[in-house]
Design a protein around this ligand. Structure first.
Ligand code: ADP
Ligand code: 5GP
Length: 191
């Protein structure tokens, strides 16, 4: 059984698009070199500055489907018209090696991980308000109007699911949210 002899700790970060997951994860990784971040596969086109194998493995729909069919994903889901998935082999390897492993994935994927790997610690990142979420996603200026509309619609559904999670962190002040995440992940003691 996959993961049965793992000794590392798996943390899952989920939250609506534009809430600041990427910004939080970047800070976490810079401050805590022991964390290993999973690189997902996606059929989405690279944004400006995104590198294959670094931000994502950018795959065609055919390549993605092949991996789904060969059981290569720990979880996968469709999001705003594209497919996203977590390759399971590297996660297995890192957990066996005792690493702190981090996944940054959307809601359906987090639900799948809850089934297949219930020991994982799952954190939901919430915005201070829905209006602020829209400001952030527009301010990031990486998505066209249609992509923003799809993402905002999806955000409404995702926000309803936050009670399913082990913890909720409101990303109002980024530094405060990073500290809170570190505390929840056992990376720092009380302050
Ligand atoms: P996600 O990865 O969840 O889609 P990003 O990390 O790309 O979100 O953040 C979306 C936008 O919001 C970016 O422009 C980012 O700089 C900004 N942002 C992130 N966290 C905060 C925060 N705490 N306060 C204000 N702006 C933020
Ligand atoms: P983006 O296109 O903005 O990079 O990501 C869109 C959404 O897909 C985000 O909510 C992000 O967390 C999620 N995502 C990224 N990688 C994965 C993955 O491997 N699996 C799942 N289920 N979601 C992912």
């Amino acid at each position: 059984m996959v993961f049965s002899d793992s000794i590392g700790k798996l943390t899952v970060i989920t939250g609506p698009s534009g809430v600041g997951k990427g910004s939080l994860v970047k800070q976490l990784l810079e401050r805590n070199k022991q964390i290993w971040l999973s690189v997902s596969a996606t059929t989405r086109r690279p944004r400006k500055g995104e590198k294959d194998g670094d931000h994502y493995f950018f795959l065609s729909h055919e390549q993605f489907l092949e991996l789904v069919e060969s059981g290569g994903f720990l979880e996968w889901a469709k999001f705003a018209g594209n497919c996203y998935g977590t390759p399971s082999e590297p996660i297995n390897k890192q957990l066996k090696g005792g690493r702190a492993v981090l996944l940054e994935i959307e809601l359906e994927g987090a639900r799948q991980v809850r089934e297949s790997f219930p020991e994982a610690f799952q954190v939901f990142i919430s915005p201070p308000s829905f209006e602020e979420l829209e400001l952030r996603i527009r301010g990031r200026a990486t998505d066209n109007d249609e992509a923003i509309r799809l993402r905002m619609n999806r955000a409404k559904e995702e926000l309803k699911a936050q009670n399913e999670f082990d913890a909720v962190v409101v990303n109002d002040d980024l530094n405060v949210a990073v500290l809170e995440l570190e505390k929840l992940m056992g990376l720092r003691k009380n302050n």
